[in-house]
Design a protein around this ligand. Structure first.
Ligand SMILES: Nc1ncnc2c1ncn2[C@@H]1O[C@H](COP(=O)(O)OP(=O)(O)OP(=O)(O)O)[C@@H](O)[C@H]1O
Ligand SMILES: [Mg+2]
Length: 237
């Protein structure tokens, strides 16, 4: 039996009010892959992720997750289907401790206790274990991003959506975060990653798409996309 794609978008449009910002895109994210959705500012990357995880409605087109037709399902139903997001800006609670930030997620699907969740998270991200009682707002930017990622990963999603993982972070911690994502993908999780920094994402992704002005300009394996990413995202990215 063939495994259905983790995500399939068919002619998907989305917008805000009367302004359409995603113009009928088609996109297939194979199950178990690390897929990078790249593009400059305002291309529609975040909007696309929000449609996939149910935070924003599509205007038209089809959304399939794991082979199931999802159109119109709420964010709660999509989360129960195993989709979890690390949003742009991380979404952690700065006034809560690391351990408290972990407790605010809903892990009922897994049937694990808080202590078991902590054990899982700290095994994968030891630095968070060392800082479990520290207020999240006092962590470094990279550690905050790690916490946001750890919190999502602890829900054991089938599909992890990550928006701008490397934004504003030092290169060393970005490498560490990407390594962590790589090991999740190696364990079979599908990762859909949105990035402006093409080079780092392309070094690790199995597939990538370049989105510009709400349209997909190119899709393929990273080696096939170098010219397109250089043209749209600049050689420094
Ligand atoms: N809440 C909103 N209301 C109105 N317009 C919006 C809203 N959010 C985004 N937009 C517009 O939709 C377009 C696509 O935005 P989106 O955030 O999806 O792009 P992006 O590719 O994620 O950009 P960035 O790299 O800056 O994060 C932009 O023109 C943006 O100004
Ligand atoms: Mg964005």
């Amino acid at each position: 039996m063939t495994v259905p794609p983790a995500v399939e978008l068919i002619g998907l449009t989305a917008g805000y009010g009367r302004i359409e910002v995603v113009h009928g895109i088609d996109l297939v994210v194979p199950a178990g892959s690390m897929f990078a959705l790249l593009g400059p500012n305002g291309a529609g990357k975040t909007t696309t992720l929000k449609v996939i995880d149910g935070r924003h409605p599509a205007t038209s087109g089809c959304l399939h997750i794991g082979g199931h037709h999802i159109n119109g399902a709420g964010a709660d139903a999509i989360a129960r289907a195993g989709v979890c997001s690390v949003p742009e800006g991380r979404g952690i609670f700065p006034n809560l401790t690391v351990a408290e930030n972990l407790r605010v997620m809903n892990y009922s699907r897994l049937g694990l206790t808080d202590a078991e969740i902590r054990e899982r998270v700290f095994a994968r991200f030891p630095i968070l274990g060392q800082r479990h009682s520290q207020t999240a707002g006092t962590l470094s930017g990279g550690q905050q991003q790690m916490l946001a990622m750890a919190r999502a990963v602890a829900t054991d999603p089938a599909l992890l959506l990550v928006d701008e993982l490397s934004m504003g972070l030092a290169p060393l911690i970005v490498t560490e975060l990407y390594d962590a994502l790589g090991s999740l993908a190696a364990d079979g999780m599908t990762v859909l990653l949105v990035e402006q920094f093409a080079r780092t994402a392309l070094a690790i992704a199995d597939y990538a798409a370049v989105m510009v002005h709400g349209e997909i300009q190119a899709v393929g394996q990273p080696a096939d996309l170098q010219d397109v990413t250089d043209a749209y995202l600049g050689v420094a990215s």
